[in-house]
Design a protein around this ligand. Structure first.
Ligand SMILES: [Zn+2]
Length: 1016
């Protein structure tokens, strides 16, 4: 650690009424903020901060090596790609444990690289995954830390990307991506200051690239982005037209260049060119340069390098090219690499004296990027995304959109819980982390979620034992949060009575509600608006009274537990029924419900099992076909529109790799059905239970012993819920199965459908079509699959059918009016992409994983669809947290609480509220509508930061970059020329005052607020 005396403080005071001094915990960062109040509500912020860049530090672009403008400059970028879990767990990779699975030890890589960097100031190295660097750094001596800091300050060791991991792009939600980036960037900022701030985003391995990721990187201040994988047809075209490098305009709502990101496709994925891999894991010849010894090969290697360089340069525009010198877990013995690269540079550049025009140098992605920027070219513009990714005609990486569906849901729920944990840490104050229930924290969960975003984690492409490790980390993270949440709710409610959480409500298991005759339920709402939410509790009584926080009776019913729930839970619970009612909780707050058993026998109930063939509430009506038992129509009673809607379950027979066209199998990554026609699981559904009550109406459909569904309409809700249960998928017939549900309608969608990007902006898709090249379609099903993270829809002039999902999945529309979603996969073969296992999850009973999930359907006119699906999807992502206390709440318990003075406007989503340090909280406010999607809400909206909280006084505010590692006013990104001119969005509006911040459509604004708890 740098002693405090070394901290340099830059002060810029333009006026001096109040001075706030902020300092980060265990950091080198020192911030001086001067808050100037010039008039009553008119505020100016004068902020200055200084970072421990070290004396004479020349990091960043200033530390780049010189190049030669009259030559072809070859930038060698020494790098290692360290997966934060894949074949081994993250900690096994760190230590180099279990090398019999894969030889890989990250601690040795960093040891060895730091040693080698010190031997020559020309050498460079980049490091990417902060989850690993954080592990290593904590174990280093002060002297090593000083050496590393100096290397960073001199630009010899450069952090690139810098998130906790290199996130997956197809299966992640933007909320968790922003969090994991923030976590990694904060560690780098706290540890190295400005010299630790990455300039370049680096996603060399993820299997396709999401537009929302590019938008996020741009808003985090990155100057450029490089990746390795794109569709092979796209790559071939781009090489021919020299469009390997481009400007990606990643938002249709944000005014350029806010979401513009310079993007480059790397020439060899992320590997070295053929013949130049000098890692201990490679077999290429070393440079044998002693003429007195045998096998002198300098001339041969230099010639190969020159040929390789010219060949590569033919596909790029400038006289600079990049070579990624490294690969997975390389540099464990960095001497091998550096010794040979030193020689390569020496001998290649020596030829310049004889007229060679090739100049090779140690470099970094940011130094390469700077040269591209200086070239001042006009770059092609990209506005769509890079999905799906195929590396050959029958090799579409579209299976992982759905692989490990249970892990995908658990990750999504964990995000919801982390946001709740973060919020309650702020609202409950210091006692949250140290209170009546002990020591709790949100950091463990933040790190677990950071690791879970990795491109072999939530993607589902890891080995089974590693998937268990990710889930275990999330569970441990939640255990730490549980203590925090208990403490915080004790502070806010004034009740220190024991509180339990029920983890298995989705399979109707909760020991307390199953056995207790009287209990209370706290419903915490992490959204910044009031929500109503249906609750189902497993119970054994036949009638209950439910009262809300004011003591008012709440309509409730006891409904029989479905056969499917009994089969899923097996011996893990014994409830006979479910108590169903709707709850309401205030913005960023909780309400409390008291539930008392009135009757324990007999199981008479207020519900009427009927043979009804339609169900309806105030807003929707859904009918079932008399003969098939399938859905037959959906009506929106408000807008008076009806569509034909049938839905069924099917499975694609996974390719076993035994056909003539290709040996490719379906596996964890790849989706390759044997035939374009899926098998129907059953042409008819047996309707087993219909329940009609004042709270819920539901119809249970039974398709097979392993597929069932409940079709549900809750009172007062505008969406139809389809709760599907799939598994154990039978494979005794020797056939791998990829299970989908398909919605077939009379909507005239033609070949078009729409999918979200990381849960945010929506992209148009068209069957057998790519916006940027003439597609030769070779896989009519898999080649039309796209990732969905929160929603998909089809529409025509009159109708839009939107499906909101509870986790990331793969989806497509292969027929006019049809939308299909892949739910579950169980496969028998590995797909040759390295994981080395067939994707066949055993589940807790080892007979095959059973997965349950929900699809929420809305039918609306297209121009009002977003008004419904935007809040619906946010409610799915941030779900209320239920906790239970046995008995009656004590008299002094505060039964209702809201952390906000008022609900935020409907267009505004509170994306982040998290304790930053003792007096600072991080807040992100998001406009959740796109520019053109809602007549009502696609407008600028203003929020007053000072009037947000009910229990916190806001003393100061500073706006940050999206990643919170830079003051917004200091963001100064490289500018790029593109083919098309950019003009500001007509809707964009400015802040009325310093406290009142205006959000334009799809804008996220990030602030550090200095707060203090208001005394009651
Ligand atoms: Zn990887």
């Amino acid at each position: 650690m740098v002693p405090a005396a070394d901290r340099r403080v830059r002060e810029e005071k333009s006026c001096d009424i109040t001075q706030i001094q902020l300092s980060y915990d265990c950091s080198f960062i020192f911030i001086m903020a001067v808050l100037c109040i010039s008039f009553l509500f008119q505020l100016l912020f004068c902020l200055a901060f200084s970072l421990p860049t070290g004396r004479n530090s020349i990091c960043g672009y200033r530390s780049c090596p010189p190049t030669n403008p009259s030559m072809l400059n070859v930038h060698l970028v020494p790098h290692t790609h360290d997966d934060v879990g894949w074949l081994k767990t993250v900690d096994q990779y760190f230590y180099g444990d279990r090398n019999y699975i894969q030889h890989a030890g990250v601690q040795y890589i960093l040891d060895s690289v730091i040693d080698q960097l010190q031997k020559d100031p020309a050498r460079r190295f980049i490091y990417v995954e902060t989850a690993f660097f954080y592990r290593w750094w904590r174990q280093q001596s002060q002297s090593t830390q000083r050496i590393v800091t100096q290397l960073v300050n001199e630009g010899r060791l450069e952090f690139i990307n810098g998130g906790w991991c290199m996130s997956d792009e197809a299966t992640t939600h933007y909320s968790a991506v922003i969090d994991q980036m923030t976590l990694g960037l904060r560690f780098l900022n706290d540890t190295f200051g400005e010299c630790g701030r990455p300039r370049v985003a680096w996603h060399i391995d993820p299997f396709g690239h999401a537009r929302e990721h590019a938008s996020i990187f741009a808003q985090m201040g990155y100057d450029g982005f490089f990746f390795g994988r794109l569709d092979y047809q796209d790559k071939a075209r781009r090489m021919n037209t020299k469009e390997m490098e481009m400007l990606w305009r990643a938002s249709e709502s944000l005014t350029p260049p806010v979401a513009d990101l310079f993007t480059g496709v790397l020439p060899n994925g992320y590997n070295p060119p053929a013949g130049f891999c000098w890692d201990q894991s490679c077999d290429d010849a070393p440079i044998r340069d002693d003429p007195d010894l045998e096998d002198y090969n300098v001339d041969e290697i230099v010639q190969l390098f020159l040929n390789t360089s010219y060949r590569q340069a033919a596909f790029y525009k400038t006289n600079h090219i990049i070579m990624t010198m490294g690969s997975d877990f390389q540099y464990e013995n960095a001497n091998l690499w550096y010794k040979n690269m030193d020689k390569l540079i020496k001998y290649v550049n020596a030829l310049q004296a004889k007229g060679s025009k090739v100049n090779v140098l140690y470099s970094t992605p940011s130094c390469y990027l700077q040269e591209l920027n200086l070239a001042n070219f006009t770059w092609p513009l990209k506005t769509d995304d890079f999905f799906p990714y195929a590396d050959d005609a029958h090799d579409f990486w579209t299976g992982y959109f759905t692989s490990r569906p249970a892990l995908k849901l658990y990750e999504r729920l964990s995000n919801s819980r982390l946001q709740t944990c973060n919020q309650l840490e702020v609202l409950g104050g210091p006692k949250s982390t140290s209170g009546p229930f002990g020591e709790g924290d949100s950091d463990t969960m933040k790190r677990a979620m950071g690791v879970a975003q990795h491109h072999d984690a939530v993607s589902g492409t890891e080995k089974q034992h590693v998937a268990y490790d990710y889930a275990r980390r999330l569970a441990t993270g939640w255990a730490h949060c549980e203590v925090l949440v208990r403490n915080s709710l004790a502070v806010l409610s004034g009740s220190e009575a024991p509180r339990v959480f029920c983890e298995n409500l989705n399979i109707s298991v909760c020991p307390l509600t199953e056995s207790s005759r009287k209990f209370s339920m706290n419903v915490y709402n992490p959204l910044a608006r009031t929500v109503r939410w249906p609750v189902r509790l497993p119970v054994n009584g036949s009638a209950y009274s439910v009262t809300d926080s004011t003591g008012k009776a709440v309509d409730s019913q006891v409904v029989p537990l479905s056969k499917s729930s009994k089969e899923v839970r097996r011996n893990r619970g014994y409830a006979k029924s479910e108590l169903v009612f709707q709850v309401e909780a205030p913005p960023l707050g909780y309400s409390t419900y008291v539930i008392s058993m009135l009757q324990d026998e007999p199981p008479a109930s207020s519900t009427k099992p009927t043979a009804t063939r339609s169900i309806q509430n105030k807003f929707l009506k859904v009918t079932f076909d008399d003969t098939t038992g399938l859905l037959s129509s959906l009506t929106n009673l408000e807008t008076n529109q009806t569509i034909r809607l049938s839905q069924n379950f099917y499975w694609y027979n996974a390719s076993a790799g035994n056909n003539e066209e290709s040996r490719q199998t379906s596996g964890a990554y790849i989706f390759r059905p044997n035939s374009s026609d899926p098998f129907v699981i059953n042409k008819t559904a047996e309707i087993q239970i219909s329940t009609v009550s004042s709270t819920v109406q539901e119809v249970t459909q039974w398709f097979s012993p392993w597929v069932s569904q409940v079709v549900r309409l809750y009172e007062g809700r505008r969406e139809l819920e389809l709760e599907w249960t799939v598994g154990p998928v039978p494979v005794a017939d020797g056939l791998g199965k990829e299970v989908i549900t398909r919605l077939d309608t009379d909507i005239k969608s033609s070949d078009y459908f729409y999918t979200d990007s990381n849960g945010r902006e929506v992209l148009e898709r068209r069957k057998d079509y790519r916006p940027t090249w003439d597609l030769k379609q070779t896989e009519p099903v898999a080649g039309n699959y796209y990732p969905i993270n929160s929603r998909a829809y089809i529409k025509d002039d009159k109708h839009q059918l939107t499906v909101v999902t509870d986790r990331s999945q793969g989806a497509s529309s292969l027929y006019n009016g049809s939308l299909e979603i892949m739910l579950h996969r169980r496969l028998l073969y590995d797909d040759f992409r390295g994981v080395g296992e067939p994707l066949s999850e055993p589940g807790v009973f080892f007979d095959g994983l059973v997965v349950r999930g929900r699809l929420l359907l809305t039918l609306t006119p297209p121009d009002t669809a977003a008004d419904v699906h935007r809040p619906l999807a946010q409610g799915m992502v941030l779900q209320p947290l239920l906790s239970f206390q046995d008995g009656t709440p004590s008299v002094n318990t505060k039964l209702q609480f809201s952390g906000l003075q008022a609900a935020l406007p409907p267009a505004v989503h509170l994306l982040t509220l998290s304790q930053w340090d003792k007096d600072l909280v991080l807040i992100r406010l998001e406009h959740q509508y796109e520019a053109k999607e809602s007549k009502t809400y696609s407008q600028p909206v203003t929020v007053n930061l000072q009037k947000l909280f009910s229990t916190l006084e806001v003393l100061g505010a500073s706006e940050m970059s999206l990643g919170a590692n830079q003051w917004k006013e200091d963001m100064n990104r490289l500018q790029w020329n593109t083919e098309k001119t950019s003009k500001p969005h007509p809707l964009s509006a400015k802040d009325p005052s310093a406290w009142e911040v205006t959000l334009n459509p799809m804008e996220i604004r990030t602030f550090l607020l200095r707060v203090q708890q208001l005394q009651n």
